[in-house]
Design a protein around this ligand. Sequence first.
Ligand code: PEP
Ligand code: MG
Length: 325
Amino acid sequence: KVEKLRKLKDLPAVTPDGKKVMLVANIGTPKDVKSALANGAEGVGLFRTEFLYMDRTTLPTEEEQFEAYKEVAEKMEGRPVTIRTLDIGGDKELPYLNMQKEMNPFLGYRAIRLCLDRKDIFKTQLRALLRASAYGNIHIMYPMISSITDVRRANAVLNEVKAELDKEGIKYDKNVKVGIMVEIPSAAITADILAKEVDFFSIGTNDLCQYTLAVDRMDEHVKDYYQPFNPAILRLIKLVIDAAHKEGKFAAMCGEMAGDPLATVILLGLGLDEFSMSSTSIPTIKDIIRNTEYEKAKEIVEKVLNMAEAEEIQKMMEDIIKNID
Ligand code: PEP
Ligand code: MG
């Protein structure tokens, strides 16, 4: 089996009836690129940049960040690399920012909210990202977007930074794609509005499940309530993918669900364009895609969308997956 999966490395993620999807990697540091390429990743769908800010006592400089982003872009040799701007707060705290204690940190001052408040931090990162975009195929992605207002505010800062670079004569990719994480229910529900002003979506199912189902993603006591196959989640995913396609944009997913073999057929049938996951999951998911007719996946989705319970849906997917070896 391992040997069989290894042989898949250089084969495309395409169904027997010709539907091609992108299988890309989630990475946390530039070191992870090696495993991404070894497992056949066609790009990086989520580069979490928090590592640059953690385990230290001061903010990372523009230069440090630039080097890290450039390294990944170059090592990926022109393949798309989606880099997410700072997603700190929630469970990830930075002692040197002297952040206030909050009752509900996951509903508080975090990610894009912090960046729009601390423009100094945000601009430094955007400068580093834009400069690195001259060395590969970088896409910029904002986390924790809750409405179009967040997008417009973030883009205003991005445009400020671009104008500064222009003035300084520093080169960057003028067509750099800018997308958002869809991981807050309000963003999923208003995906039609958001799709008009971004280049792509990436569905963050980890937070989307947490916020939609009102269940702490870390809390063992309520883990039975954390259900990626809950009809509420599946409907939101469908809404987001359809809204993206209606505007001619692509829909990706970078939450854990994208690498869950039980979800692959559903996501394929819903029309997801890009699956981003930990590198080691790529061969398994590719094997499923290469053995599932797209037309069949769409039929399965029809059924799934009429089912009432997460457990029932999951059982059905287990049976389907058993027949793919
Ligand atoms: C998500 O929320 O699904 C996601 C990919 O982001 P993170 O796990 O970093 O919050
Ligand atoms: Mg998230």
